[in-house]
Design a protein around this ligand. Structure first.
Ligand code: P6P
Length: 284
């Protein structure tokens, strides 16, 4: 397994400079939507193609799935192996406004759809003032600086701070349920709002400063917006490995068993006490 996980994160880190370099001229919207109904940027499709090329021949990777592709691609010739699930350019709408975006990576030990418990590693690349990679595997989370050659410098382990400081919850407030809005009103008495429209950047703030990020179920969309396989479960794996907690409103996101590849779920990650308060505030 270690070789496969090494191979996946080496390939994604190696691709990062190319993805970042290709963003400036790919800010335009395509006249297309992905299977989830998101408007696709040229950058979404281009990053997906590039990352597919860099990962599809890794020994042990049998399936490639991405938020931008309707179906899973079988890239191996065995009935068993690992599935790589990517959000190739999470927060791509931030490219136009020059705000952070990145790539979410999940490595599952079975074909998708798969339970959150089948993740063996997860992480993300963050295109911010610098390019960094966060990897959760083997019980720890480590952060790396990714240079222009795609080489990584180890910056050490990442552990969620004891005390929460920031919060960020997506969706329009009028679309929130009453119980969730009441919970946020309590949270905002203690924490500072940090919400930037890209899950990987907002979760990275939680990893650095402590707090909580989420995208709740909405009155018009009880399942919320974020995709279980490509965003919610991988980021839950990172935050839980860093000492935090996750929830879909009632229990850990790693206990989810999605039945569809592009299934969405209400998503919350952060300090355990904030997540406990959230679950207490929402109806069973
Ligand atoms: P909204 C990006 O499109 C994304 O999937 C997540 O990265 C982000 O947290 C969320 O959607 C932002 O959604 O509705 O605030 O634009």
């Amino acid at each position: 397994m270690a070789d496969v996980v090494d191979g996946v994160f080496d390939a994604v880190a190696g691709a990062a400079p190319d993805v970042r370099a290709g963003l400036p001229e790919r800010r335009a919207k395509r006249d297309a939507e992905n299977v989830s109904g998101d408007t696709q940027l040229e950058a979404d499709v281009w990053a997906d193609d590039l990352l597919f090329d860099r990962t599809e021949s890794i020994e042990g990777v049998n399936w490639y799935a991405s938020e931008e592709r309707d179906a899973i691609v079988t890239v191996g010739d065995a009935d068993e192996g690992y599935a790589v699930a990517l959000d190739p350019l999470d927060g791509s709408s931030n490219v136009k406004s020059n705000n952070p975006c990145g790539t979410v990576v999940g490595v599952y030990d079975q074909p998708l759809p798969a339970p959150g418990s089948s993740l063996v590693a997860a992480g993300f690349v963050l295109y911010g003032p610098t390019t960094t990679m966060v990897v959760a595997r083997d019980g720890e989370v480590r952060e790396y600086l990714v240079d222009e050659d795609g080489d990584r410098t180890d910056l050490g382990t990442v552990e969620l701070p004891e005390d929460p400081t920031v919060y960020g919850f997506g969706g329009r407030v009028p679309e929130w349920t009453e119980d969730f809005e009441a919970f946020v009103r309590d949270v905002e008495d203690d924490l500072k709002l940090r919400y930037g429209g890209a899950m990987i950047a907002d979760v990275n703030q939680v990893l650095v400063y402590g707090g909580a990020f989420g995208y709740p179920g909405l009155q018009s969309a009880p399942e919320g917006k974020l995709r279980a396989h490509f965003e919610s479960m991988p980021m839950a794996y990172v935050v839980e490995t860093a000492g935090g907690a996750s929830s879909d409103g009632s229990g850990s996101l790693l206990d989810l068993e999605p039945q569809r590849l592009h299934e969405r779920t209400p998503t919350f990650v952060g300090n355990e006490r904030v997540i406990d308060d959230l679950e207490a505030a929402l109806p069973d």
